[in-house]
Unconditional design. Structure first.
Lengths: 255, 326
């Protein structure tokens, strides 16, 4: 295995042996399985509720886990000084950072796959029609998690886990309210405030562009250009956050 | 870019300096290193000795690319320290090593080997070999979180050795080890030197430095204050004589008109240290003043004395800290 592959695998192994990941994974399984109870409250929109609840819960739990894992990805290594034994090997800091990012995304992909298996099993069990948009929504969620992970890594490259977690949570909420911010800015009369709101809109990632869960709930189609532009947008933000994290991480001292 | 040259001096440091910015607004500076020059030749055991805050760990961290220098150059085997490939030739044991606790000892050493470019059967064999060498074979399948401090130190040494480095950089390698562990660590370092490995290590434990080092640098306040082979440094010390005197009080002794290296009251007696050239004069003055000489012996040359002298010569009254500017 290459040095990069070994670091990615180690990141995955760390998450797998972390009690929080295990507990959250078990909790997700229980929540998804119990979503059948929610279907008791509906008669006509049974399939929509099951899809909405399932994808919504997956999103919520995975976002929580992403913030928890990514916000300490670098800072915990620096605080605990585990980084000394890795960065002193013939690997660059950039390789290390990218491997940590990849290890985190691998962990999230495995958890998401497991959750999707439970979710799809339920849909099959209750004879709800499967459609491609449900999978498109899951793929969109993974790219949203990529943006949040790279934001968490950026904050983690210069701040402690608590500050990183708060800042990444802020990015999550602001990212989902970005469209509202844009609408508010459009209707404002005060030029300065309007400019500020517009500037904020463009300075923050609009996570709604990767959110295809409403379309999955209402079985609406998502055309390829909408999906790929959302994915490209997410990749762009992830690359920007990661590049900034690399810039800082390459220059900082580990005392 | 030039290739790594295993024939180049393992360590070359010229005018190395490091200033840390500290405080909430980063408005205070601590000068951890000030114009350090060092060269470590192949196959040597080279010791860095100094009080807390002398700049020993900072030097090592710069060499391992953990800290960026503020000025000067640091080369490993003729290459800049920030070149990742150079570190393939170096094994590093930091002070208070912190391996990943969720891994077993074997997994951790295997990861270290993989990061150094090893793989497959060669890696498996080598991991077993180094874990055996540090006597951790029996505990290799335990998670590191269950290890004692001494076991962590051993497994961290194993990861430093796994890729058969041409140079070992060890920061306080015997800290946390019991006397048996310290002895084993010393034997391992000597065995590595005998294999041709260059060793740079820093320690507060002077007997370890004295027992192991071929050459030595003493750092105080981020500056190099002594450098040379251990033999050269010890022979450069001024020979002194220790006298234990009875029947005179400390103030009487101090008024004898002889320059004392040190004096200490000891339960009705006074322990005096004086240069060899002044010893006869002191002896006759003590006797003339009515004192009795209980014992007289040549003081043993030691690194401890050298260290204390170096500290005194540099004008330090405490053994702690770099130079702080506000």
């Amino acid at each position: 295995m290459s040095a990069f592959g070994a670091m990615v695998w180690n990141g995955f192994r760390e998450a797998r042996r972390n009690r929080v990941t295990v507990v959250v994974g078990a909790f997700a399984a229980v929540v998804l399985l119990s979503s059948t109870l929610v279907t008791e409250v509906t008669v006509a929109t049974f399939d929509r509720v099951l899809t909405d609840f399932g994808l919504g819960m997956m999103s919520l739990i995975l976002v929580f886990l992403t913030i928890f894992l990514s916000s300490g990805l670098l800072s915990r290594e620096i605080e605990r000084r585990t980084i000394f034994l890795v960065v002193s090997k013939p690997v660059s800091r950039t390789q290390f950072l990218l491997a940590r990012l990849a290890g985190n995304m691998l962990t999230l992909a495995v958890l998401m796959t497991a959750m999707m298996l439970i979710f799809v099993s339920q849909l099959v069990l209750f004879q709800v029609e499967l459609n491609s948009v449900q999978f498109v929504a899951a793929a969109g969620l993974w790219f949203e998690l990529l943006v949040l992970t790279s934001a968490g890594i950026l904050f983690s490259s210069f701040a402690g886990p608590a500050v990183s977690a708060i800042a990444t949570t802020g990015i999550y909420f602001a990212g989902h309210l970005a469209n509202d911010l844009f609408e508010i800015a459009r209707w404002m009369n005060d030029g300065a405030v309007k400019s500020l709101a517009m500037a904020l809109y463009y300075m923050l990632p609009n996570l709604e562009r990767m959110n295809f869960r409403p379309q999955a709930t209402y079985a609406l189609s998502v055309d390829a250009s909408t999906f790929f532009s959302g994915v490209g947008y997410g990749l762009g933000w992830a690359a920007l956050f990661t590049a900034a994290a690399i810039f800082i991480f390459e220059r900082r001292d580990f005392r | 870019m030039t290739a790594i040259s295993p024939d180049a001096p393992p360590i070359q440091v010229r005018g190395l300096s490091k200033t840390y910015k500290v405080g909430f607004w980063f408005n205070r500076t601590v000068r951890a290193l000030q114009g350090l020059d060092l060269e470590v030749g192949p196959g040597q055991i080279y010791g860095l000795l100094g009080p807390n805050g002398a700049g020993k760990s900072t030097t090592i961290k710069i060499l391992m690319n953990l800290v960026r220098p503020s000025g000067g150059t640091a080369l490993l085997f003729g290459q800049p320290v920030d070149r990742a490939a150079t570190r393939r030739l170096v094994g590093f044991l930091p002070e208070n090593p912190a391996p990943y606790e969720y891994l077993t000892g074997r997994e951790f050493v295997t990861l270290a080997g993989q990061l150094s470019g090893m793989s497959g059967h060669e890696l498996d064999v080598r991991v077993k070999e180094v874990l055996g060498a540090v006597e951790m074979g029996a505990a290799e399948k335990l998670q590191i979180r269950r290890y004692s401090k001494g076991m962590v130190q051993r497994v961290a040494l194993a990861q430093a050795l796994v890729a058969r480095p041409k140079m070992l950089i060890l920061d306080e390698p015997t800290s946390g080890l019991d006397p048996v562990g310290r002895r084993q660590m010393r034997d391992l370092i000597l065995a590595e030197r005998d294999r041709g490995t260059t060793v740079l290590f820093c320690s507060h434990i002077i007997p370890d430095v004295e027992a192991l080092c071929d050459r030595l640098a003493v750092l105080v306040g981020g500056r190099l204050v002594r450098e040379g082979s251990v033999r050269e440094l010890l022979s450069a010390q001024v020979p002194t004589v220790e006298l234990v005197v009875e029947g005179l009080k400390m103030d009487q002794v101090k008024n004898l008109g002889v320059a004392l290296e040190s004096s200490q009251a000891l339960d009705g007696r006074v322990l005096l240290q004086v240069s060899d050239t002044d010893s006869q004069r002191l002896l006759s003055q003590v006797l003339a003043a009515g004192g009795r000489v209980n014992s007289l012996q040549a003081a043993k040359f030691s690194l401890e004395q050298l260290f204390m002298d170096a500290l005194k010569d540099s004008g330090r009254t405490t053994s702690v800290g770099g130079e702080i500017n506000t």
